[in-house]
Design a protein. Sequence first.
Lengths: 534, 224
Amino acid sequence: MYTNEKMLESIKKVEANRAANTVMEPARMTAEEKENVLATYHPDYKQSEFVTLQIGPNKGEKVPTELAAILQANSRINPADIDLSKVDYDVDVLVIGGGGAGSSAAIEAHEAGANVMIVTKLRIGDANTMMAEGGIQAADKPNDSPAIHYVDAFGGGHFAAKPELLYRLVNEAPEAIQWLNNLGVEFDKMPDGTMVTTHGGGTSRKRMHAAKDYSGAEIMRTLRDEVLNRGIPVVDFTAAIELILDENGRAAGAVLMNMETKELLIARAKTVIIATGGAGRMHYQGFPTSNHYGATADGLVLGYRAGAKLLYADTLQYHPTGAAYPQQIFGALVTEKVRSLGAKLVNVNGEVFMHPLETRDVCASSVIRECARGNGVETDQGLAVWLDTPMIEIKNGEGTIEKRIPAMMRMFGKYGIDIRKEPILIYPTLHYQNGGLDISADGMTTNVENLFVAGEAVGGIHGRNRLMGNSLLDIIVFGRSAGKNAAAKAKNVEIGALSLAHVDNFAREMAEAGIETDVVSPKLLPNYTNQKPI
Amino acid sequence: MESMVTIYLFGKKYEVPENLTIMCAMEYCGYQLVRGCGCRNGFCGACATIYRIKGDRELKACLACQTKVQNDMYIATLPFFPLVKAVYDVEKIPTTEQVMMQLYPEIYACIGCNACTKACTQELNVMQYIAYAQRGEFEKCAEESFDCVMCGVCSSRCPAGISHPQVAMLARRITGKYLAPKTEHLEDRVREIKNGTFEELLSNLMQKPISEMKELYNNREIEK
């Protein structure tokens, strides 16, 4: 419920302009205008928030200050205390992470006949996949093609994606949808079977497939059900805290820690898949986040310490529409689908200030700029602009919101805001880790053999910005691929003597570089106790 | 100055700001959560919680991340509930009510008490979707249960021992896989890709210099 007088006053202006704002078509920005707004207002361009890595495979490159602090940090273990001869789990394929990528990988590895297991620090399905609302892209309509999808994604990612990865993303997208559908995922369809598809920011064709605004949840719960049906072992509440290599420097397992009892366990594996997800809970630059509780960049830390290279670790995605009010849902995701369905961004004076479907980085920067120009609405947490949700029903008819974005209606409804009748306040929220571990087209890291990566922990699929709906897609395409390839690779692996020498070496490098820190990593969980709630 | 309210976490009394969700209130009191905390956004069902307001006889259920504290609230989290998950091969199951009789026969022991619906943290009509499942009306069951986050509170209140979220999960998979209409344009496109229809187009794009890609991108036609 809105009670603040300034907000109520501003809402009147939004309402007065609503009819005209609904039908207007705001201009798209030119390439120059986009570059300008990014350079001036996007958090990735704020040099003071980045530091140069002093050691490791990406020595000399800049990463966010908070990420550097956990990359160049102490291990949770002293290798001398670990008995690697006492193996608790011995498998072909070890999947670290129980989200969409990890589950897809496990299903395909199992399908290929491998002895596969999942370890996850929380429960299977506790992942950003579960929270993805808007949809999943695939060029499966007659007016679309994987080539058009490629151009959209390549341009949206500032021409920085690795072509061989993006090729796989777009060309295997329709099959990914088919695979999910065959597992029982319920996509929104017309009575004749045609997929209901919409635009996302930066798409040139309507190729966003959805399951209402529970797209990720619907995919995740189906994958989880399939993992359980197949009897794939899922060791939950157990984090991987260091990779284990063999004497030849190839990935060969992980040191695991029970999150509750702190007991350490050893998993030996012929191939390892890092599917640990994103980093929103690192709260880069103090931003709130739309991410899952466990999104703390663990996979990047594990990989980096074992010698794997990062790519684009300096680029994050700030989703333009995080909830800015009420306080209880500050930072929570307001799906881009709200804009796909016709809601526009409106400032304190009731004016539409941009096209609502620019790419996410441009859109977020433009919202930040609008607030900096004095056109924001004041909230207890800072500034915000309106997302005029009632436009959706004007444009598409009454009942559209309840049918297409029920989760959004419920989230705000709990706080007395009826998004069918009232606009909502939004501000950018930390949403996605564009960068991650560098892989080749087969999903294996470029410089640690038998170490595969899938999902948000990968860097380079999207470049320096990601389009809506390409992340749910990448976890499926690259998750499946990593599972298949890791299973195939495992057939010809003879594991050498297990070793944690890389952990000692990393500590030595830190000492030589003069890095002294109390930080231990991976971080595993954020610490919110006794602090200002986020 | 923030207004404070009194809450009881597992019976122990704390004073917390009234604006906090139950989850943030626990952290405010010093809990470092491991269990009972997931997406913090109402999608994952990790933070099922039961509570009672002092003086009120009714036991209520909610998601801790989605619910504000109230004065005199007695709170107990339910971070895990042992649901029964039947194992099946999705490629080989019947798509009629037979499948429920085989895998979840206990749903036919429903006594119609409606405790599940009253307990649902998502305000779903749980008993109704179980009725649909009993009759093999899986599309209706899927629709009615779609917003389920599988927190398990319904099952914790069920005298018949039904694992409602798992029943609904099965109904949704049957609906998505077998009952929903087939998508011809999807099958056509997958076939085209397998035939290599787009290989040349894509490999041309992959080799183009960035300047040409910029040109292509900035001038591409956008579907209205």
